[in-house]
Design a protein around this ligand. Structure first.
Ligand code: NAD
Length: 250
Protein backbone atom coordinates (compact mmCIF):
# COMPACT_ATOMS: atom_id res chain seq x y z
CA UNK A 1 0.00 0.00 0.00
CA UNK A 2 1.09 3.56 -0.64
CA UNK A 3 1.99 5.15 2.67
CA UNK A 4 2.51 8.70 1.37
CA UNK A 5 -0.32 9.03 -1.16
CA UNK A 6 -1.02 12.72 -1.81
CA UNK A 7 1.92 13.90 0.28
CA UNK A 8 4.41 16.53 -0.87
CA UNK A 9 7.96 15.99 0.35
CA UNK A 10 11.13 18.08 0.22
CA UNK A 11 14.46 16.28 0.53
CA UNK A 12 17.71 18.24 0.71
CA UNK A 13 20.99 16.93 -0.68
CA UNK A 14 19.11 14.26 -2.63
CA UNK A 15 20.84 14.49 -6.00
CA UNK A 16 23.81 12.31 -4.99
CA UNK A 17 23.29 9.12 -7.03
CA UNK A 18 24.16 6.54 -4.38
CA UNK A 19 23.13 8.77 -1.49
CA UNK A 20 20.65 8.36 1.33
CA UNK A 21 18.56 11.31 0.11
CA UNK A 22 18.15 9.87 -3.37
CA UNK A 23 17.13 6.44 -2.03
CA UNK A 24 14.65 8.16 0.27
CA UNK A 25 13.25 10.20 -2.60
CA UNK A 26 12.78 7.04 -4.68
CA UNK A 27 10.99 5.19 -1.88
CA UNK A 28 8.77 8.18 -1.07
CA UNK A 29 7.85 8.46 -4.78
CA UNK A 30 7.03 4.73 -4.90
CA UNK A 31 4.71 5.34 -1.96
CA UNK A 32 2.78 8.03 -3.79
CA UNK A 33 4.56 11.19 -2.65
CA UNK A 34 5.47 14.05 -4.94
CA UNK A 35 9.09 14.89 -4.21
CA UNK A 36 11.28 17.97 -4.53
CA UNK A 37 14.97 17.19 -4.70
CA UNK A 38 17.12 20.12 -3.56
CA UNK A 39 20.86 20.16 -4.09
CA UNK A 40 23.71 22.53 -4.88
CA UNK A 41 23.74 21.93 -8.62
CA UNK A 42 20.50 22.64 -10.47
CA UNK A 43 21.14 20.25 -13.39
CA UNK A 44 21.94 17.39 -10.98
CA UNK A 45 18.82 18.10 -8.93
CA UNK A 46 16.61 18.18 -12.03
CA UNK A 47 18.10 14.99 -13.40
CA UNK A 48 17.60 13.19 -10.10
CA UNK A 49 13.98 14.36 -9.94
CA UNK A 50 13.31 13.36 -13.54
CA UNK A 51 14.62 9.87 -12.80
CA UNK A 52 11.76 9.47 -10.31
CA UNK A 53 9.05 10.38 -12.81
CA UNK A 54 7.44 13.46 -14.36
CA UNK A 55 5.64 14.93 -11.34
CA UNK A 56 8.78 15.43 -9.25
CA UNK A 57 10.88 18.59 -9.20
CA UNK A 58 14.57 19.32 -8.82
CA UNK A 59 15.81 22.72 -7.69
CA UNK A 60 19.10 24.33 -6.79
CA UNK A 61 19.34 25.19 -3.11
CA UNK A 62 22.26 25.83 -0.80
CA UNK A 63 20.96 24.95 2.67
CA UNK A 64 23.49 27.24 4.33
CA UNK A 65 22.06 30.27 2.53
CA UNK A 66 18.90 31.57 4.18
CA UNK A 67 17.76 33.51 1.12
CA UNK A 68 18.23 30.48 -1.13
CA UNK A 69 16.28 28.25 1.27
CA UNK A 70 13.41 30.72 1.62
CA UNK A 71 13.13 31.29 -2.13
CA UNK A 72 12.94 27.57 -2.88
CA UNK A 73 10.51 26.67 -0.10
CA UNK A 74 8.23 29.60 -0.97
CA UNK A 75 8.25 28.55 -4.63
CA UNK A 76 7.32 24.99 -3.66
CA UNK A 77 4.48 26.11 -1.39
CA UNK A 78 3.03 28.25 -4.19
CA UNK A 79 3.46 25.49 -6.76
CA UNK A 80 2.09 22.64 -4.60
CA UNK A 81 -0.03 24.52 -2.07
CA UNK A 82 1.54 22.47 0.71
CA UNK A 83 4.64 20.77 2.08
CA UNK A 84 3.88 17.74 4.25
CA UNK A 85 7.38 16.34 4.77
CA UNK A 86 10.87 17.81 5.06
CA UNK A 87 13.91 15.53 5.15
CA UNK A 88 17.05 17.43 6.20
CA UNK A 89 19.56 15.15 4.51
CA UNK A 90 22.18 17.51 3.04
CA UNK A 91 25.45 16.90 4.84
CA UNK A 92 29.20 16.88 4.46
CA UNK A 93 31.96 15.31 6.50
CA UNK A 94 35.73 15.63 6.81
CA UNK A 95 38.02 12.94 8.29
CA UNK A 96 40.07 15.29 10.50
CA UNK A 97 41.60 14.84 13.95
CA UNK A 98 40.80 17.35 16.66
CA UNK A 99 43.97 19.46 16.21
CA UNK A 100 43.53 19.56 12.44
CA UNK A 101 40.19 21.36 12.52
CA UNK A 102 40.77 24.86 11.12
CA UNK A 103 38.15 27.61 11.37
CA UNK A 104 37.03 27.01 7.79
CA UNK A 105 36.59 23.26 8.47
CA UNK A 106 34.44 24.04 11.49
CA UNK A 107 32.35 26.53 9.51
CA UNK A 108 31.83 24.22 6.53
CA UNK A 109 30.78 21.15 8.54
CA UNK A 110 28.66 22.98 11.12
CA UNK A 111 27.02 25.12 8.48
CA UNK A 112 25.80 22.39 6.14
CA UNK A 113 24.80 19.83 8.78
CA UNK A 114 23.43 22.04 11.55
CA UNK A 115 22.71 25.53 10.22
CA UNK A 116 21.19 23.99 7.08
CA UNK A 117 18.84 21.85 9.18
CA UNK A 118 17.79 24.93 11.15
CA UNK A 119 17.23 27.11 8.07
CA UNK A 120 15.24 24.53 6.10
CA UNK A 121 13.10 23.73 9.12
CA UNK A 122 12.43 27.42 9.83
CA UNK A 123 11.39 27.87 6.22
CA UNK A 124 8.62 25.23 6.44
CA UNK A 125 7.52 25.43 10.08
CA UNK A 126 5.11 28.40 9.80
CA UNK A 127 3.41 26.65 6.89
CA UNK A 128 3.23 23.26 8.67
CA UNK A 129 1.97 24.91 11.86
CA UNK A 130 -0.79 26.74 10.05
CA UNK A 131 -1.99 23.41 8.60
CA UNK A 132 -1.53 21.62 11.94
CA UNK A 133 0.32 18.91 10.11
CA UNK A 134 3.89 18.14 9.21
CA UNK A 135 6.77 15.73 9.53
CA UNK A 136 10.44 16.69 9.72
CA UNK A 137 13.12 13.99 9.53
CA UNK A 138 16.72 14.99 10.30
CA UNK A 139 19.83 13.00 9.39
CA UNK A 140 22.10 12.75 12.40
CA UNK A 141 24.70 9.98 12.70
CA UNK A 142 26.01 7.23 14.96
CA UNK A 143 29.07 9.46 15.23
CA UNK A 144 27.00 11.88 17.34
CA UNK A 145 26.22 9.09 19.80
CA UNK A 146 29.43 7.10 20.07
CA UNK A 147 32.05 9.85 19.85
CA UNK A 148 33.19 9.79 16.30
CA UNK A 149 32.29 7.76 13.32
CA UNK A 150 34.53 6.32 10.71
CA UNK A 151 34.92 9.16 8.29
CA UNK A 152 33.80 12.09 10.41
CA UNK A 153 36.04 14.20 12.60
CA UNK A 154 35.05 15.65 15.99
CA UNK A 155 33.48 18.69 14.30
CA UNK A 156 31.18 16.30 12.37
CA UNK A 157 30.26 14.50 15.60
CA UNK A 158 29.52 17.87 17.18
CA UNK A 159 27.39 18.99 14.25
CA UNK A 160 25.39 15.74 14.24
CA UNK A 161 24.99 15.88 18.04
CA UNK A 162 23.73 19.42 17.48
CA UNK A 163 21.20 18.02 15.03
CA UNK A 164 19.93 15.67 17.77
CA UNK A 165 19.49 18.57 20.20
CA UNK A 166 17.76 20.66 17.58
CA UNK A 167 15.50 17.72 16.67
CA UNK A 168 14.39 17.13 20.24
CA UNK A 169 13.82 20.80 21.05
CA UNK A 170 11.87 21.35 17.82
CA UNK A 171 9.83 18.21 18.53
CA UNK A 172 8.82 19.55 21.95
CA UNK A 173 7.99 23.02 20.66
CA UNK A 174 6.06 21.89 17.58
CA UNK A 175 4.17 18.89 19.03
CA UNK A 176 1.13 20.97 20.07
CA UNK A 177 0.73 21.92 16.40
CA UNK A 178 0.94 18.27 15.27
CA UNK A 179 4.31 18.74 13.61
CA UNK A 180 6.50 15.73 14.38
CA UNK A 181 10.29 15.93 14.33
CA UNK A 182 12.58 12.88 14.49
CA UNK A 183 16.18 12.03 13.76
CA UNK A 184 17.80 9.05 12.08
CA UNK A 185 21.25 7.94 13.23
CA UNK A 186 22.74 5.82 10.45
CA UNK A 187 25.81 3.75 11.05
CA UNK A 188 28.20 3.13 8.20
CA UNK A 189 26.55 3.30 4.76
CA UNK A 190 28.77 3.17 1.68
CA UNK A 191 27.90 6.32 -0.29
CA UNK A 192 29.95 9.01 -2.01
CA UNK A 193 30.30 10.85 1.31
CA UNK A 194 33.43 8.76 2.00
CA UNK A 195 35.11 10.65 -0.84
CA UNK A 196 36.87 7.59 -2.24
CA UNK A 197 38.66 6.90 1.06
CA UNK A 198 37.09 3.48 1.58
CA UNK A 199 39.76 0.81 0.98
CA UNK A 200 38.98 -2.96 1.09
CA UNK A 201 41.00 -3.23 4.34
CA UNK A 202 39.06 -0.38 5.89
CA UNK A 203 35.79 -2.05 4.87
CA UNK A 204 36.80 -5.32 6.59
CA UNK A 205 37.71 -3.37 9.72
CA UNK A 206 34.33 -1.61 9.66
CA UNK A 207 32.44 -4.88 9.13
CA UNK A 208 34.18 -6.45 12.11
CA UNK A 209 32.51 -3.81 14.30
CA UNK A 210 28.99 -4.48 12.99
CA UNK A 211 27.09 -7.35 14.68
CA UNK A 212 24.94 -7.82 11.56
CA UNK A 213 28.17 -8.29 9.61
CA UNK A 214 27.42 -5.96 6.72
CA UNK A 215 27.42 -2.23 6.05
CA UNK A 216 24.06 -0.54 5.77
CA UNK A 217 22.49 0.35 2.44
CA UNK A 218 20.87 3.60 1.41
CA UNK A 219 17.57 1.68 1.25
CA UNK A 220 17.96 0.66 4.89
CA UNK A 221 17.94 4.36 5.79
CA UNK A 222 15.16 5.19 3.32
CA UNK A 223 12.88 2.62 4.97
CA UNK A 224 13.33 4.30 8.31
CA UNK A 225 12.69 7.72 6.78
CA UNK A 226 9.47 6.37 5.24
CA UNK A 227 8.32 5.14 8.64
CA UNK A 228 9.06 8.51 10.27
CA UNK A 229 7.42 10.47 7.43
CA UNK A 230 4.25 8.37 7.32
CA UNK A 231 1.33 7.88 9.69
CA UNK A 232 2.85 4.57 10.80
CA UNK A 233 4.82 6.73 13.24
CA UNK A 234 1.86 8.97 14.17
CA UNK A 235 2.77 9.04 17.90
CA UNK A 236 6.55 9.19 17.47
CA UNK A 237 8.25 12.55 17.97
CA UNK A 238 11.60 13.68 19.35
CA UNK A 239 13.10 10.23 18.83
CA UNK A 240 16.48 9.21 17.48
CA UNK A 241 16.20 6.02 15.46
CA UNK A 242 19.33 3.91 15.02
CA UNK A 243 19.94 2.33 11.61
CA UNK A 244 23.30 0.76 12.32
CA UNK A 245 23.16 -3.06 12.18
CA UNK A 246 23.85 -3.22 15.91
CA UNK A 247 27.14 -1.34 15.71
CA UNK A 248 25.98 0.84 18.61
CA UNK A 249 23.47 -0.73 20.98
CA UNK A 250 22.65 1.55 23.88
P1 NAD B 1 26.30 12.17 -0.12
O1 NAD B 1 27.60 12.86 -0.11
O2 NAD B 1 26.09 11.01 -1.03
O3 NAD B 1 25.13 13.21 -0.39
C1 NAD B 1 25.09 14.46 0.27
C2 NAD B 1 24.44 15.47 -0.66
O4 NAD B 1 24.36 16.73 0.02
C3 NAD B 1 25.22 15.71 -1.95
O5 NAD B 1 24.37 15.53 -3.06
C4 NAD B 1 25.69 17.17 -1.83
O6 NAD B 1 25.76 17.85 -3.06
C5 NAD B 1 24.61 17.74 -0.93
N1 NAD B 1 25.03 18.98 -0.27
C6 NAD B 1 26.24 19.26 0.30
N2 NAD B 1 26.26 20.52 0.75
C7 NAD B 1 25.06 21.06 0.47
C8 NAD B 1 24.47 22.34 0.66
N3 NAD B 1 25.16 23.34 1.26
N4 NAD B 1 23.21 22.55 0.24
C9 NAD B 1 22.52 21.55 -0.36
N5 NAD B 1 23.00 20.33 -0.59
C10 NAD B 1 24.27 20.09 -0.17
O7 NAD B 1 26.04 11.74 1.40
P2 NAD B 1 25.13 10.61 2.07
O8 NAD B 1 26.03 9.53 2.55
O9 NAD B 1 23.96 10.27 1.23
O10 NAD B 1 24.66 11.38 3.37
C11 NAD B 1 23.36 11.92 3.54
C12 NAD B 1 23.20 12.36 4.98
O11 NAD B 1 23.33 11.25 5.86
C13 NAD B 1 24.25 13.39 5.44
O12 NAD B 1 23.64 14.32 6.30
C14 NAD B 1 25.24 12.53 6.19
O13 NAD B 1 25.98 13.28 7.12
C15 NAD B 1 24.32 11.52 6.84
N6 NAD B 1 24.96 10.27 7.23
C16 NAD B 1 25.59 9.47 6.32
C17 NAD B 1 26.19 8.29 6.73
C18 NAD B 1 26.91 7.37 5.78
O14 NAD B 1 27.57 6.42 6.27
N7 NAD B 1 26.83 7.56 4.48
C19 NAD B 1 26.16 7.93 8.08
C20 NAD B 1 25.52 8.75 8.99
C21 NAD B 1 24.92 9.92 8.54
Amino acid sequence: TALLEGNFAVITGAASRRGLGKATARLFAEHGATVAILDLDEADAREAAASLGPRHVGMACNVTDLASVRTVMDALVSQWGRIDILVNNAGITQPLKIMEIAPENYDAVLDVNLRGTLYCSQAVIPHMRSRKQGKIVNLSSVSAQRGGGIFGGPHYSAAKAGVLGLTKAMARELAPDNVRVNAICPGFIATDITGGLLTPEKLEEIKAGIPMGRPGTADDVAGCALFLASDLSAYVTGSEVDVNGGSLIH
